[in-house]
Design a protein around this ligand. Structure first.
Ligand SMILES: Nc1nc2c(c(=O)[nH]1)N[C@@H](CN(C=O)c1ccc(C(=O)N[C@@H](CCC(=O)O)C(=O)O)cc1)CN2
Ligand SMILES: [Mg+2]
Length: 300
């Protein structure tokens, strides 16, 4: 990406909206080519309960699908649906030829066994790249091309860094947070031989987070803890990606969303992916990429 927008501080913005638009423009052409061959990629979403954030993200996914020509299948279920009923819906999506990929929106209501549901997704239709078979393939394939779906947010983080030519070969990457969608798997991608970074995964049990952050060339902040990455802990010139998001209520009772990166980091970092406008749009774009790639593989 050539235009080097800045954050108002010294850091160059890792602009996820612009990068996602480029990814989607490429996908739209590939979808058109598939459609010419009679293949229509279709994304299914399974949303359980009434979490407003999750509902917004799912709506956004279907808007994205319409933008690139992917068909949409929505399964919206009430919060009191049983585990067995959700599992039946997944079996239906597994069997439905119109659905070439699908996701189970996370988090699920308390009491639901999310891991069991993720394991029920047909690995060939696993648009989130979170099925154990696909994560296992990533573990095995350190050198050769991975031809199974990859986790969307980690893929988006690396794509965003590479588009801005942030050096990763031999770089010290510190990931903060060990959640399912980012922290647990991003090291598997960053340590593949074609990327070749060194990765430290920090979490709530890490004794001295600041010491890890201070030597990082790249920080991936995905803890969901507002402001956990402070300017005084960032190495000058480092790349910082603000992935985590939390809802905070200020002293006047107004709710707002807050990222994991504290104000002032833009004065120290060399690159900064903002929140919003950084990794979030890339997560959505790479989800579409997984759907298109699955349809291309199925079409042969
Ligand atoms: N099954 C999944 N569940 C969840 C995932 C996931 O990848 N798969 N990630 C998050 C939620 N998420 C997608 O599902 C997601 C969150 C936020 C954004 C985003 O683009 N955010 C914007 C800001 C909000 C907005 O403008 O609407 C941004 O960062 O600019 C995309 C995807 C947890 N669950
Ligand atoms: Mg973002």
């Amino acid at each position: 990406m050539s235009a080097a927008a800045t954050t108002g501080g010294r850091a160059v913005v890792l602009d996820g909206r612009a990068a996602a638009a480029a990814v989607k423009a490429d996908l739209a052409q590939r979808v058109a080519a598939l459609r010419e061959r009679g293949v229509v990629p279709g994304l299914g979403t399974v949303l359980v309960g009434d979490d407003p954030g999750s509902a917004t993200y799912v709506r956004g996914k279907h808007r994205d699908c319409a933008e690139v020509g992917i068909a949409s299948i929505r399964v919206d279920l009430p919060a009191d649906v049983t585990q067995a009923e959700v599992e039946e819906h997944l079996e239906r999506l597994n069997a439905d030829p119109a659905c070439t990929g699908y996701i189970v929106q996370l988090p699920l209501p308390a009491g639901m066994d999310a891991n069991r549901l993720l394991e029920l997704v047909d690995p060939a239709k696993d648009a989130d790249g979170l099925h154990p078979t696909n994560l296992g393939r990533l573990v095995l394939r350190v050198r050769e091309e991975v031809t199974s779906p990859l986790p969307c947010t980690p893929r988006g983080v690396i794509d965003l860094l590479q588009r801005h030519e942030v050096p990763l070969d031999g770089a010290e990457v510190v990931v903060v947070g060990r959640g399912t969608t980012v922290g647990r798997s991003i090291g598997l991608l960053l340590t593949r031989r074609d990327v070749n970074a060194t990765v430290t995964l920090c979490h709530t049990g890490t004794r001295d987070l600041a010491a890890h952050l201070r030597r990082a060339d790249v920080v991936v902040a995905a803890a969901g803890v507002p402001g956990i990455v402070r300017p005084e802990d960032v190495k000058p010139g480092a790349a910082v990606l603000d992935v985590g998001v939390s809802r905070v209520v200020d002293t006047e009772g107004n709710a707002r969303l807050a990222g994991d990166v504290a104000p002032g980091v833009e004065e120290v970092a060399g690159w900064l992916s903002p929140n919003p406008g950084g990794v979030g749009p890339m997560t959505r774009a790479l989800l579409l990429a997984n759907v298109v790639e699955a349809a291309e593989r199925a079409a042969g």
